[in-house]
Ligand binder design. Structure first.
Ligand code: HPA
Length: 245
């Protein structure tokens, strides 16, 4: 079964024929909401809204451990994250879809591991490639088949939020090689790896990051919402394709 974690603006999956919902409890507390089970084109899918179904949980308060644990408990093998980001690189303008292949983690003070003491031996997971390449390829193939242009690869810079970044912070991220910036990519990806899940993300560029693009003086979030609403339709089409592989 495939799991889809929906980010900002994606609190329900179009075309998901819901069969049931399940409240999950984990040793790490409660996930962002009940797990929503259903089918897309006759394929089983479980959906979880990362920020809660009413979009009330800010990025730094999300219980990433409970979310990943709850999905892993459902015998999920693959997780696709849908997330919203700001565009840092010049060609990643609002409306672009991108399937990142690397991460730089700038977050702090988040519960970011399942291996934090107790009687469990410490495990240092390999994270050279933070996203599952096979699952990335599936997303790319589904995008191609649905004739939805997507950018193949890019560095996701995960920031702490909930405030947006300063222009200087975005310049630093660009110097570090960051292409897109978002607030939820970590620790989610690391926890998925620790739990043995294949994990990949499809990111919607909703706005130019601070100091980039044509709105140099402030981030235009009103425009971002509109951009997002249009782009998410393309994401739905890609997700419809990706379930069947
Ligand atoms: N910065 C951080 N996270 C984001 C942004 C941004 O500009 N846009 C959407 N998520």
């Amino acid at each position: 079964m495939l799991a889809i974690i929906g980010g900002t603006g994606l609190t329900r999956l179009k075309n998901l024929k819901i069969t049931h919902r399940q409240v999950a409890r984990t040793p790490y507390g409660e996930p962002s909401g009940a797990l929503t089970f259903g089918e897309i084109n006759d394929h089983h899918v479980v959906f979880l809204a990362r920020h809660g179904y009413g979009h009330t949980i800010p990025p730094h308060e999300i219980n990433y451990r409970a979310n990943i644990w709850a999905l892993a408990e459902q015998k999920v093998k693959r997780v696709i994250s849908v997330c919203t980001v700001g565009g840092v690189r010049d060609d990643l303008k609002p409306g672009t879809l991108i399937i990142p292949d690397q991460i730089i983690d700038y977050t702090s003070n988040r519960r970011h591991t399942f291996f934090d003491g107790g009687d469990k031996p410490v495990v240092h997971i390999d994270f050279t490639e933070p996203y599952c390449n096979k699952l990335r390829r599936r997303l790319l193939k589904a995008a191609k088949e649905a004739r939805q242009p997507v950018v193949d690869g890019g560095i996701y810079a995960a920031t702490q939020g909930p405030r947006l970044e300063t222009a200087a912070e975005i310049n630093r991220i660009a110097r570090d090689g960051g292409d897109i910036v978002g607030m939820t990519g970590m620790p989610e990806a690391g926890l998925a790896r620790e739990a043995g899940l294949s994990y990949a993300a499809i990111a919607v560029v909703a706005n130019w990051a601070a100091g980039r693009g044509d709105s140099k003086n402030r981030v235009d979030l009103a425009a971002a919402e509109q951009v997002f609403m249009e782009a998410i339709e393309h994401v739905h089409r890609i997700l419809e394709g990706v379930v069947k592989v």
